[in-house]
Each structure stands twice: as structure tokens, then as C-alpha cells.
Design a protein around this ligand. Sequence first.
Ligand SMILES: *Cc1c(COP(=O)(O)O)cnc(C)c1O
Length: 404
Amino acid sequence: MFTINENYGKLPGSYLFSNIAKKVNAYTAAYPDADIIRLGIGDVTRPLAPSVIKAMHEAVDEMGNAATFHGYGPEQGYDFLKEKIVAYDFAPRGVKLDLDEVFVSDGAKSDCGNIGDILGLDNVVAVCDPVYPVYVDTNAMAGRAGNYGSDERWDRLIYMPCTAENQFTPDLPQGKVPDVIYLCYPNNPTGAMITYEGLKKWVDYANEHGSLILYDSAYVAFISEDKPHSIYEIDGAKKCAIEFRSFSKTAGFTGTRCAYTVVPKELQCGGVSLNALWLRRQTTKFNGVPYIVQKGAAAIYSEQGQKEIRETIDYYRNNAKTIREGLTAAGFTVYGGVNAPYIWMKTPDNMTSWEFFDTLLHKAQVVGTPGSGFGPSGEGYFRLTAFGTYENTVRAIERIKQVF
Ligand SMILES: *Cc1c(COP(=O)(O)O)cnc(C)c1O
């Protein structure tokens, strides 16, 4: 008889977004005319840039002609896209990458999870708390997280609390040294950003202890201050870090799917190149991102494409500013929203995250995300996103001001 991966049975149900949906549905059933404003989702809403659409239309036409048709492409992405990535996303920041250090993929979510394929199962993994759940759940599925306890923690993971007290940047682990460390800046869910000094501390720690940093910079396009855009801006990072990037939040590709991962050739483990392992993994289990989609992604690097995606990012940024300033003026304590599309607020009057969720839904008809859903240290916080329309963002803040 066959067996299954027993680790799946250890996973707690993912109740966060289904609980939110249940509560919102119950409310709308009771008040069918309620005009609910949703600032909970982490998905973009603005359309793809015209340059991207034009490039994809042209690519579709190429696919319809035998002379310009494309079948299987290189699993790790076409050079026309990787050349742009290297020249525009890294070279201007002083980071020199070879084309074969960049792996184009269908998503940073898949890459963050799949990277575990090339890592030993006995690695001890450290995650921030609160955290993007993908890092935790994919390690749990692989068996690296141990067992899930009644304290809502996995017993083999190291949780690094991120709270207002440490500016949402974890302190270096005391005691047990993690083998693998996930960092995400700009951060989802807290909206926090890390400084050059702060990131250097982590790179030095990893090199000193032989740890691997998995650096997720999916929100890099939202950085507005003088902060590191890539971990490779820090000396020594190529020896200890893999970086994940995505076109999802940068250019509205959440439904179109394109991302990339950088695995430097300098990154070695006992003389084995992680770049070679990842190449082997991708060429075996992945057959590349559609030509049409890669053409669309490459179009964001044209002068016109850059202008267009900047306009959309600025639109979301203005929403973030509207939320941040509006809530601050109303007396709330808010974090994030400067280098990220997320605003992380302290719940008022020591309410729990879910109490605040209920109050906001019932009194202001505004939906956000309870911080406790992202990890134990998220309790007492609440996440609002800047991905709504400007009009709804303004209306939501007016309502919250009236209630509190
Ligand atoms: C949205 C997001 C991603 C991007 O995922 P894709 O699969 O590329 O759409 C990666 N990391 C974090 C933390 C995110 O919020």
C-alpha cells in the first residue's frame, strides 16, 4: 500500500483568510446593503502597463507564425530577459551578476518553496515572526519544521520576533544557530525595511556561522528611502545568500506569473555549488516561463515601460501615504507604508487583532487582516494594504477616523 507525506497531516488549517471571508459573509448576510471596503488583500488591482500588453500581443503573433514560433525555451529563462534584469535591477546598484546566476521562474512563491529541494532535511530554519506563511509551511511539508504545538509554533523552527521594539528587524539569534534564515525586505506583513548596517549584520553572521540567507525582495519596487535594494549590495552576500524577486508587485504580474531567483556562483556548501544544484533542479522539474510572458516582463525595462510601472507604483504609494497619515492624524500608532505597500498598525486600547477586525468591520465596514494571523508576535497588530483604489482608500480612512 502506498503511503503519503505524513508532514501534510501536521499542518494546521489555514484559517486566516477563510475566517475573514466567513466573518465578512456573515456581516453582508445581515446587512445586505453594507458598502464594504476591502483593504485586506495582498494582490494588486491596477492593470498591466500598456508596454507590457503591446509586447505580449506581438509575442502572441510570433507564436502564430512557423518562422517565429517558440517551443520549449531555456528552463532558466531567455537571455533577452536576463540581460535586462542584470543591467537594470543590479548593475546600477553596483552588483555585477552573470546571466547564469539568474533563474527566471513562474513565481517567487514557488521558488521560496522549491528552494528546499536542494537543502538538507536536517537544516534548522529560522523565520521572522510575523511572517509570510509560505516559508513556514513549505518547510513543514518537507519535515524541517518538526511538530506544530498548542502554542501555535513548530518545535523545530526558530522564531525571530519582529515587533516595534526592534523596528521589526529581528535580533541575531542567541543560542542555537540556524542553518537557513529567511529574511524579507521590504517586509510583508509589517511594511518594515532594513538598513544597510542591519543587513550587513545578517550577512556577517551567516558567513561566520555557515548559514544560508534566503532573501525575499518581492517588494523592492516600493523602496523610497536610501536602503539596500539587493542583499548583494552588502559585501560577502554572494557567499551566503539567495535572492528572490518577482514581477508580481513590481509590474502587476500576480496573474501573469513571472519572477526570478539569483543564485550566485560563489555560493558553495562543502565545495558544492548551489547554482549548479538549482540549475539541475530547475532543468529537471521546470520547463520555463512562457515566451509571451517573458516578452511582457522584458518590456518593463524600456524607457516607456519604466515610466508606466513607476506611475502604478506611485499610485499605490500615494494610497499608503494616505493611510499612514490619516491614521496617524487620528491618533493611531502606525508602521510601514514608506518602503512597502503595507501599513502595520497597533490595535487601539489593547484590543486583540481579531477584536479590532470585528470592530472595524461592524463600525466602519472596512476589512483588513489581523496581525496574529501571520504569527504569534503579530498579536495586537493589524495590516492594511495600499492596493485598493485611491477613492476607496480615502473613504476607508474617513470612516475609521469617524469611529475612533
Ligand atoms: C507577493 C509576494 C511574493 C511574490 O510571489 P509571486 O509568486 O511571485 O507572485 C513573494 N514574497 C512575498 C513576501 C510576497 O508577499
